[in-house]
Design a protein around this ligand. Structure first.
Ligand code: TYD
Length: 294
C-alpha cells in the first residue's frame, strides 16, 4: 500500500507486504522489503538499507523466511543516506537517523542517533538553556524558568573555603516542594538512556553530585536540554514533563529529590499518551493507587 503524494526516486524497490504513508520520500537506491511500515512524511535518504531477517541464510525458495516483527518508521522521521536499520525496530516519530548509522535498537521519538551502533546524541528542536543565556529570565532567588512549562534551573548556595566546598538547599527557600523521598542514580553505563517517562503529579529536583549528565525535557510543545555538571546546579522537573537522562559520565552520581513516595501509577511511560494528555487531552488525574511502596 502506497499513500498519496510520495516522492519515489530512481532505482527504488518496493516488495509486497509494505505499508507506505502519505508524502513519503524514498531517495535513489532504497529497498523496502516485506514487513516494513513507513508512516506519513518519512524521508529515507539514498541507499539507506532496511533489513528484515535477523539471521540471514541462503535458503531454497521453498523455505523462504517471513518477517515476524515489523520495522516501523513513525511519522516525520528522517533516515540518512546509507544508514542501516536492523529488523523489527521502531524508529520514533520526528527522529533523525544520521547518514551511515547502524540502528540496532528502537529510536525514541525526536531523538537524533548517529554511529555504529547508533547512539542518541541529542533531540531535535531542543534549546540548551544555561544561566548565562539572556533569554532565560533571572530571578532574585537564583532560579530561572526554562522554555518547558514549569521547569526551572536553580543555582544552589555554595560555600568554598580552605576546608573544602559545601552546597545546600532549604525547603521553601531553595527547594520548591516538600521532599518525601530521594533516590540516587549512579554506575550508569554511559551509553544508557534513563528516565523516558513523565509523572502525573510528582515533582522532582535533580542535582548531579559528581560527574555530569544531560537531562532532556519536553512538555509536549517545546524541548530543553540541560547539562547537570555541578552539585551547585539543581533542576526542578514539575508534573507532566517528559524527561530523559543520558550522556552520563562514568563517575556521575545523580541525586533526585521527589515530592511523594514511589507510586508506579503516577508514571506515564508511553510518549504518545503523554503528548496527547499534555496537549489538552483529558485533565491529568492520577490513577487510583493499588499498592504504595515506601
Ligand atoms: P525506573 O523509574 O524505571 O528508572 P528509570 O526511569 O531511571 O530507568 O526505576 C527502576 C526500578 O526501581 C523500578 O523497578 C522501580 C524501582 N524504584 C523504586 O522502587 N523506588 C523508587 O523510588 C524508584 C525511583 C524506583
Amino acid at each position: 500500500m502506497i499513500g498519496a503524494d510520495c516522492n519515489i526516486c530512481d532505482g527504488v524497490f518496493i516488495e509486497n507486504d509494505v505499508v507506505i504513508g502519505d508524502r513519503v520520500t524514498l531517495k535513489c537506491g532504497v529497498q523496502i522489503w516485506d514487513g516494513i511500515t513507513l508512516e506519513s512524511d518519512v524521508f529515507v535518504g539514498p541507499n539507506a538499507t532496511f533489513t528484515n531477517d535477523p539471521l540471514p541464510r541462503s535458503r531454497p525458495p521453498s523455505q523462504q523466511w517471513k518477517p515476524s516483527a515489523r520495522t516501523v518508521v513513525r511519522c516525520s522521521a528522517s533516515i540518512g543516506a546509507n544508514a542501516t536499520i536492523l529488523p523489527g525496530l521502531t524508529i520514533g516519530a520526528n527522529s533523525i537517523v544520521g547518514a551511515g548509522a547502524v540502528v540496532t535498537r528502537d529510536v525514541p521519538p525526536n531523538a537524533i542517533v548517529v554511529g555504529n551502533p547508533a547512539r542518541i546524541t541529542g533531540y531535535v528542536d531542543t534549546a540548551h538553556p544555561a544561566f548565562e543565556e539572556p533569554h532565560v529570565a533571572a530571578s532574585r532567588d537564583n532560579h530561572r524558568a526554562l522554555h518547558v512549562a514549569g521547569a526551572t534551573l536553580h543555582r544552589m548556595p555554595f560555600i568554598k573555603d580552605l576546608k573544602g566546598a559545601l552546597s545546600f538547599g532549604e525547603i521553601g527557600q531553595h527547594l520548591p516542594f516538600e521532599v518525601k523521598r530521594y533516590f540516587v542514580i549512579y554506575d550508569v553505563p554511559s551509553r544508557e538512556v534513563r528516565g523516558e517517562h513523565a509523572h502525573y503529579m510528582l515533582h522532582e529536583f535533580l542535582i548531579c553530585l559528581r560527574g555530569s549528565c544531560a537531562v532532556a525535557l519536553d512538555d509536549g510543545r517545546t524541548r530543553d536540554e540541560v547539562a547537570l555538571d555541578s552539585p551547585t546546579i539543581g533542576l526542578h522537573v514539575p508534573p507532566m514533563v517528559w524527561r530523559v537522562h543520558y550522556k552520563y559520565s562514568p563517575d556521575a552520581m545523580l541525586l533526585v529529590l521527589a515530592s511523594d513516595l514511589y507510586r508506579a501509577e503516577d508514571y506515564i511511560r508511553d510518549y504518545d499518551t503523554f503528548v496527547r494528555l499534555a496537549r489538552g487531552g483529558p485533565a491529568p488525574t492520577v490513577p487510583a493507587a493499588e499498592t504504595q511502596s515506601s
